[in-house]
Design a protein around this ligand. Sequence first.
Ligand code: PEP
Length: 251
Amino acid sequence: MRKPIIAGNWKMNKTLAEAKEFTLAVKDAIPSKDVVDSVIGSPALFLAPMNCKRKDSELQLAAQNCFWENEGAYTGETSPAALADMGIEYVIIGHSERREYFHETDEEINKKAKAIFANGMTPILCCGETLETYEAGKTAEWIEGQITADLKDLSAEQVSSMVIAYEPIWAIGTGKSADANIADEICGVVRKTVEKLYGNEVAEKVRIQYGGSVKPENIAEYMAKENVDGALVGGASLQPDSFLALLSAVK
Ligand code: PEP
């Protein structure tokens, strides 16, 4: 039985005051980690203050990106070692916005995954296809290609413990969520790809999220599906009430 994981991705939103206010508003209402992993991926700037404010809470934190080296002359980058030292649990990597606007490649994403594991954190690896690929009926082969490249040389133990988010690009921030059956089918493609690379035991353990216009009103439809173990949520994770409502739907 895989534990559900609901992760908010705030992207480049909120001020420091708003991030602190959110943390204080939700911290005592987060369900037990024994039941669901509840994660907020905030801008890197707010991780340290949110880390202080979430003290004694079940709320977990994610960075939205990091570099693959721990230190050095890499102006503007975020060190995975520094994130781990602060107690940050997860790092989101390979989000389609980073692939598109910052030209991140599968090779770079793979190096980041290795650095995140080396520092004892868990990657949330995003994959997903464009509308063009979807309409051409090539989603499965696209996803298989991304996952195979992004997981290169990771161990079975690492892949068992990680999170993979299937996020069709055409459903992100558009309000046009994928049908729950399609989400289940493509999350199943992710699982089959992991099975092909690492075997059945690993494929049964890896947690797979759906992401793309998930909200409190539709999350239950996705969570009811066999291959969907959670959600990666942008817009609906920004407000305390909405984030808590997402968690309530799964606990
Ligand atoms: C995301 O940011 O990964 C995302 C899925 O956004 P939204 O929920 O707003 O579509």
